[in-house]
Ligand binder design. Structure first.
Ligand code: SF4
Ligand code: SF4
Ligand code: FES
Length: 234
């Protein structure tokens, strides 16, 4: 059974103390970084805190920094992470305050979806359909990549603009806004584009650094969505 070293950023809010701690984990081939973090928590140090749920890259709760770049711990195989550095460095997501160890306060990240009004606002003059609001398949194929977001925050964590501007909507909220701008069932395309253009932290503040595209575990392509929003806005 191979052994892997992990160097983990810890934070104890009781003492307001930040420190690094090294652990060694014996793991089975095929196990992920999340499996190893759970071994640490369950077998070595019960005070170690992290978020997780599905273990299958669905719930979005286990995003952390792995060797400095954000990603899902449950989607990262140990040898792949070790190939980028030994010991594997693990830390909490960036651009959000740390509550304890790997647990961050994601309020600021989630608030951006509300600012961007990321929900369907259908045409009120139309009679509601007998069943669901249908979307044309070709249109859906065009923006479906932006509908696969699991709100893990990895893109926001690595975003170079969110790092310096807390009002920046960020890649995930802008990708979700794009999804509704492009949805023909929505009644507010022009108003959305105007708001996203004018507001502090809107589509023109992205520096096209590409970090969100690299971080996203679901191929949402947030930067591409932002660039298409700019084209639509012009
Ligand atoms: S491309 Fe834009 S939205 Fe994406 S991480 Fe860079 S600055 Fe942030
Ligand atoms: S866009 Fe990708 S990286 Fe960002 S929150 Fe959604 S799934 Fe996570
Ligand atoms: S535990 Fe759900 S995405 Fe990793």
């Amino acid at each position: 059974m191979p052994t892997q070293r992990f160097l983990i950023d810890r934070y104890d809010p009781a003492d307001d103390r930040a420190y690094e701690q090294e652990f060694s984990v014996d793991y089975e081939p095929g196990q992920t970084v999340l499996d190893c973090l759970n071994i640490i928590r369950w077998e070595q140090d019960g005070t170690f805190s992290l978020r997780m749920s599905c273990r299958h890259a669905i719930c979005g709760s286990c995003a952390v920094k792995i060797n400095g770049r954000s990603g899902l711990a449950c989607q990262t195989q140990v040898p792949a992470a070790a190939g980028r550095g030994d010991p594997i460095r693990i830390g909490p997501q960036g651009n959000q305050p740390v509550i304890k160890d790997l647990v961050v306060d994601s309020h600021k990240f989630m608030e951006q979806f509300e600012r961007a009004e990321t929900w369907l606002q259908p045409h009120e003059e139309q009679e509601p359909p007998a069943r669901e609001y249908r979307q044309d398949k070709d249109e859906f194929d065009h923006w479906q990549h932006a509908s696969t977001c699991i709100h893990c925050g990895a893109c926001y964590s690595d975003c170079t603009v969110a790092a310096v501007d807390p009002k920046f909507l960020g890649p995930a909220a802008l990708a979700k806004a794009y999804r509704f701008v492009m949805d023909s069932r929505d009644s507010r395309k022009q108003e959305r584009l105007e708001a996203l253009s004018r507001m502090h932290g809107g589509i023109w503040d992205c520096t096209r650094c590409f970090m969100c595209v690299e971080a996203c575990p679901k191929d949402v392509l947030p930067m591409d969505a932002i660039m298409e929003l700019r084209t639509e806005a012009i």
